[in-house]
Ligand binder design. Structure first.
Ligand SMILES: CC(C)(COP(=O)(O)OP(=O)(O)OC[C@H]1O[C@@H](n2cnc3c(N)ncnc32)[C@H](O)[C@@H]1OP(=O)(O)O)[C@@H](O)C(=O)NCCC(=O)NCCS
Length: 168
C-alpha cells in the first residue's frame, strides 16, 4: 500500500443531464436521486484513494441549497480530504448548470465517511492524504473537528437505538 496520496488522485467528476424521470412533481431533481449520485461519486473517490472495497459509514447532513431543474446539467466533484486509520472523509460538491444560458449554481455540499474493508469485511488501513491547494488544505485542517463531531453523533445514535430496541 502507498504511504500517502494527493487529493487530486481521488478526484471524481460526474456530470449528467436531469431527465423527466429523475424529477419530482415540481420539475426539479428528486432529492433521493441526488443523494444516490452523491454516495456513488464519493464511493468511487474513496476506492480510487484506497484501491480497496469500501462501505459508507455515514453521511453528514445534505442541505439542498438551490433547485436543479429538468434539462440542467448536474455536476458532482468529489475527493478524499482526510483519513483516519481505515476511514476516509470524502467531500462532494454539487453544481447545476443551465446549459442554454450557462448560469451555474452551487446546489449542495456534503461530507461522507467511507471505510475500507478487507476480504473478511473488516476495516483495513488506507493511505494518508497530502493536501496541495488552498481548498484542500482548509478542508484537511478542519477535518479532525468534523470527525470528532461524528464520533459524538454516532454514540448518540447508538444510545437512541438501544432505547428503540428496548421499546420494540
Ligand atoms: C462502517 C463499519 C465497517 C465500521 O465497522 P466497526 O466495526 O464499527 O469498526 P470501527 O469501530 O473499528 O471503525 C472503523 C472506522 O470507521 C469509523 N466509523 C465507524 N462508524 C462511523 C460512522 N458512523 N461515521 C464515521 N466514521 C465511522 C471509525 O471512526 C473508524 O475510523 P478509523 O479506522 O479511521 O479510526 C461498520 O459499522 C459497517 O459495516 N456498517 C455498515 C456499512 C454499510 O452497510 N453501509 C452501506 C449503507 S446501506
Amino acid at each position: 500500500m502507498e504511504e500517502s496520496k494527493f487529493c487530486s488522485e481521488s478526484l471524481v467528476v460526474k456530470t449528467s443531464i436531469v431527465f423527466p424521470t429523475d424529477t419530482n412533481t415540481y420539475g426539479t431533481l428528486f432529492g433521493g436521486k441526488l443523494m444516490a449520485y452523491i454516495d456513488d461519486t464519493a464511493a468511487i473517490s474513496a476506492m480510487r484513494h484506497a484501491r480497496r472495497g469500501i462501505v459508507t459509514a455515514s453521511t453528514d447532513s445534505v442541505d439542498f441549497l438551490y433547485p436543479i431543474h429538468e434539462g440542467n446539467a448536474v455536476c458532482l466533484e468529489a475527493f478524499v480530504t482526510y483519513t483516519g486509520s481505515s476511514s476516509m472523509e470524502v467531500f462532494v460538491k454539487v453544481t447545476a448548470e443551465d446549459l442554454i444560458s450557462g448560469e451555474r449554481h452551487l446546489c449542495a455540499l456534503s461530507f461522507l465517511t467511507m471505510v475500507a474493508i478487507d476480504e473478511h469485511g473488516k476495516p483495513t488501513k488506507v493511505p494518508k492524504v497530502i493536501p496541495q491547494t488552498e481548498e484542500e488544505k482548509s478542508l484537511y485542517e478542519s477535518a479532525k473537528e468534523r470527525a470528532e463531531a461524528r464520533k459524538k453523533r454516532k454514540k448518540e445514535t447508538e444510545e437512541l437505538a438501544k432505547k428503540y430496541r428496548s421499546l420494540g
